[in-house]
Structure formats: structure tokens, C-alpha cells
Design a protein around this ligand. Structure first.
Ligand code: NDP
Length: 310
């Protein structure tokens, strides 16, 4: 029986691992298909304290990983399919191997990029459609690229894509951006970036050609239709929490975020949540790390309470 299992190896999971490892709880970290989480697909991180010159997302994760390995954290790469709870034992069923029994589980499984849900978008995935500029930007050298969204993700993607594309157009469904002022300023002063306001994408073209050649747009103010050429189509419209494997097990809000009560405790004793999977508001690397620390301390106290005499 494990004492602490942590799902996820982003800043929340790795911080939870650091604290529980240093408390001699020998945590097991299960990392899924995207080890390291969303930070591994970001570029420069300028807002994580302690790095006066900034640090890249992958570097930051590598440093955290090195740190937790020093204290004996174990890692396994598996995809969790189901979690069940019976008489204080949490059972984790994965895609392969034996189920894992544990006294506490810290869910830090993060969130994944959202798509618009258009059939054409799905059909052209990997043929010009992407939600990861750092992964795929390189393939769009001297090409015309559009980015959908008006938040920090969209702006960050657009700025990064200017390294490759000849022109980057941000398509937003309103006429004001949600992104932070500093990011807005960077985008507005970048000569390669332009904006299309009040437009929603209704189709990515051209499925018949098997590659992206443009988008069909509907004006959200007057309903008029138009087309806009591009060879790259990037999504920057936010994220969905990775919590579907907990359906019916733990309380979640209507968008799938795990509900926490006073720190990292959830509706299930022994099950704690940290990072983006429980945070629809802040979603920063530093807040994820902070909540990972809280989850570790809550799990430690919970384990202590189990061994206290009645
Ligand atoms: P946000 O929720 O902030 O923004 C999502 C954007 O996508 C909004 O502009 C929204 O439009 C638009 N959108 C959502 N759904 C659709 C849709 N179906 N069709 C068209 N447009 C859509 O998500 P982000 O991922 O940008 O940011 C999340 C958090 O992460 C924020 O706190 C942000 O500050 C942070 N972040 C910070 C970064 C940094 O500091 N470097 C980098 C990236 C993220 P509308 O505005 O109309 O709702």
C-alpha cells in the first residue's frame, strides 16, 4: 500500500512530491502522456520568482524534477483510467499493470488546451491545425498564421509564432482582449501581428485539400460572413481540466474543475487536488506550485490523523 500517490508532474505535482518526499512519505508520481505538464510547451517564463533573467518552461520543470529526485521520489509513466475509494483505500486503475492502492492521492493532473469543436478543425489536426505554438511553430516558416483567442495564451502563442510566420493574425470574438496589459502591449507593438475583431471561426478550410488554406468567419456583430487566408491555424482559447477519470468519484464544478474545501481537501477524505485541475481562476505556475505544497501538507496531516489512537 502506498502512502502518497501524486497524479501529474507539472509544478503542482512536483512541488507536492518535494514536500512529501522530504517528509519521508516516499511519494509515487504517476505522469501521463505529457510529462512536466503545460510548462513544457511554453517558452520564456518571466514571472516565476527566483529567476531574475527568466527561465524557459522546460528548464524550470527540469530543475524541479532534479530537486525531487534528490529526495527519493519515484516516477511511473502510466495513464490513469479510473479511481475508486473503498474503506479508506484509494484504488488507481491505469492503462497497464496492476492497480495501485494508496492511503492518499494528490490529483495534480492539470488542464489541456481547448479546441473549437469544429469538424474541419478535427479533420485538419496536424495538417496546419495546432494548439501548441512551441511544438509546431517551426513548421510554419514564412507562412501566414492565425491564432484564435483573446487571452494570455493566444497572445503568447502569437508572439512566439512571429519567429516563424510571415504574418500572424489574432482572431478574437470580441473587440477587447482579456490578456494582461503587458502582453497586449507586446502584441500591439509587434509589426508582424494584426487583429481581426468580432469574428468567430465557423470552418477551417480546406478539408478536401488535406491542409489548411484559410478560415471562414462570421462577424459576431452583424452576422456577415467572410474568408481569410492562412496556412497555420492555432488555438489559444483556454483549457479544460483533466478530471474526467474522477467522474462520479469526487465533486467537480460544471466545467470539470475539482472542488476544494479549505486548502486542497476534496469531497473524498484522503483525496487532495492541486494546480490547474482545481483552479479556474489563477492558473499560474507559481500558484500551482503553492497549491502542490498545500496538498502535500494536507496529505501529511491526514496520514498522521489515521495513525492517531481513537
Ligand atoms: P482565458 O480564459 O484567459 O482566455 C481564453 C480566450 O479565448 C478568451 O479571450 C475567450 O474569449 C476566448 N475563447 C474561449 N472560448 C472560445 C471559443 N469557443 N471561441 C472563440 N474564442 C473563445 O485563457 P488563457 O488560456 O488565455 O489564460 C488562462 C490563464 O493563464 C490566465 O490567468 C492567464 O493570465 C494565464 N496565462 C498566463 C501566461 C503568462 O503570464 N505568460 C500565459 C498564458 C496564460 P472571451 O474573452 O470573449 O471570453
Amino acid at each position: 500500500m502506498e502512502k502518497v500517490v501524486i497524479l501529474g508532474s507539472g509544478p503542482a505535482g512536483l512541488t507536492a512530491a518535494l514536500y512529501t518526499a522530504r517528509a519521508f512519505l516516499s511519494p509515487l508520481v504517476i505522469e501521463g502522456p505529457q510529462a512536466g505538464g503545460q510548462l513544457t510547451t511554453t517558452t520564456d517564463v518571466d514571472n516565476f520568482p527566483g529567476f531574475p533573467k527568466g527561465v524557459t518552461g522546460p528548464e524550470l520543470i527540469e530543475f524541479m524534477r532534479e530537486q525531487v529526485l534528490r529526495f527519493g521520489t519515484r516516477f511511473e509513466t502510466r495513464v490513469v483510467e479510473k479511481v475508486s475509494v473503498d474503506k479508506g483505500v484509494i484504488k488507481i486503475t491505469c492503462d497497464g499493470g496492476n492497480p495501485i492502492d494508496t492511503r492518499t492521492l494528490i490529483v495534480a493532473s492539470g488542464a489541456s488546451a481547448r479546441y473549437l469543436g469544429l469538424p474541419s478543425e478535427k479533420a485538419l489536426m496536424g495538417q496546419g491545425v495546432s494548439a501548441c505554438a512551441t511544438c509546431d511553430g517551426f513548421f510554419f516558416k514564412d507562412k501566414e498564421i492565425v491564432v484564435v483567442g483573446g487571452g494570455d495564451t493566444a497572445i503568447e502563442e502569437a508572439l512566439f509564432l512571429t519567429r516563424f510566420g510571415s504574418k500572424v493574425t489574432i482572431i478574437h470574438r470580441r473587440d477587447t482582449l482579456r490578456a494582461s496589459k503587458i502582453m497586449q502591449e507586446r502584441a500591439r507593438t509587434n509589426k508582424k501581428i494584426s487583429f481581426l475583431w468580432n469574428k468567430e471561426v465557423v470552418e477551417v478550410r480546406d478539408v478536401a485539400a488535406g491542409r489548411v488554406t484559410g478560415v471562414r468567419l462570421r462577424d459576431t456583430v452583424d452576422g456577415s460572413m467572410s474568408e481569410y487566408p492562412c496556412q497555420g491555424f492555432f488555438l489559444g482559447i483556454g483549457h479544460t481540466p483533466n478530471s474526467s477519470f474522477l467522474e462520479g468519484v469526487v465533486e467537480r464544478d460544471p466545467n470539470g474543475y475539482i472542488k476544494t474545501f479549505g486548502g486542497s481537501r476534496t469531497s473524498v477524505p484522503g483525496l487532495f487536488a492541486a494546480g490547474d485541475v482545481q483552479d479556474p481562476v489563477y492558473r499560474q505556475a507559481i500558484t500551482a506550485a503553492g497549491s502542490g505544497c498545500m496538498a502535500a501538507m494536507d496529505a501529511e496531516r491526514y496520514l498522521e490523523s489515521l495513525s492517531e489512537p481513537e
